[in-house]
Design a protein around this ligand. Sequence first.
Ligand code: XIL
Length: 349
Amino acid sequence: MDERKARGSRWSRMRAAALALCLFAAPAAADMTLKAAAATSARYSGAALDPDLFDEQPYVRLAREQFSAVTPENAMKWAVVEPMRGVFDWRAADKLVAFAQANGQKIRGHNLVWYMQLPDWLTSGTFTPTELRQLMVDHVTLEASRYKGSIYAWDVVNETFAEDGAWRHDMWLQAMGPDYVEIALRAARAADPGAKLYINDYNIESAGPKMRALYDLVASLKRKGAPIDGVGFESHFVAGKAPDDMREVMQAFANLGVDVAVTELDLRVKTPPDAKALDAQAADYAKVIGACVAVKQCVGVSTWGVTDAHSWIPFFFAGYGAALPFDENYQPKPAFFAAIDAFTRAERR
Ligand code: XIL
């Protein structure tokens, strides 16, 4: 065989091998789940779930098959678990925990201290600062103890800062000043020493006053030896506007000695979306997941819901919706495939 023929047959062997690889890889990709894709980079893929939907089979199937972590979208919030003072309703939260345990999923507890979805008896009552501190500590202690050992990570404190980086003037700040964060974290640690304790917020995914305020808070908590283990980046974005510096911002927080996670990802589009909007959305799913897998301390990515049929977006952002990787008929969107791709192919650390 002359030189040219030999080279030619080497090429055709390589082409055949490449083709075989494609044929082999293509069906695997179609069968791939978010959970399996995330696992290739030792991350979890998570979703916020609503236990009221557990009798909808297609919902349950996706929730079970696609995710290795779950967050109660509302079921563990104070207004739900203690609607009247001293009257507790753990049914939805227990259902979520049982579901996750049956499916071997991590649970992100959400949330213990926030300024929203508080029960009326608490917001309309008149309490002294000392009483409010006690109420907060008792609530954190009770809820974190109830699920002790079951929770992978708690969003202990949610949304502490205003957009300009000032402390949010909510009842907790008014009662205790900024110390409420450390008080809540210490109560959570005492109640469930095995849970990772997070502060969770939005509009901190890009450098700016709010991000810097949280950065300074985490740095000062670390200096004081307060129990802070992680920062949650909610990541409620408009498709096409996911920040370019998210990786750098997450890395900066991680360098303080905490884990980071994308906790409530959705990428809203104007409804009804066209193909171009769904492609832009897919590109941003890849961008955000790519940022997480490029940061060693980024433990996983959770979407805020499973499908476009049940997302909070249309109720809170007029004219927007279709923000999740599965559509209203539970079918995967371009965002789903982009997410798989980003988990499995991006630069990983
Ligand atoms: C939202 C839920 O999705 C809605 O169902 C509820 O009515 C309001 O809260 N940041 C958070 C979440 O930390 O708890 C919020 O969830 C969305 C914004």
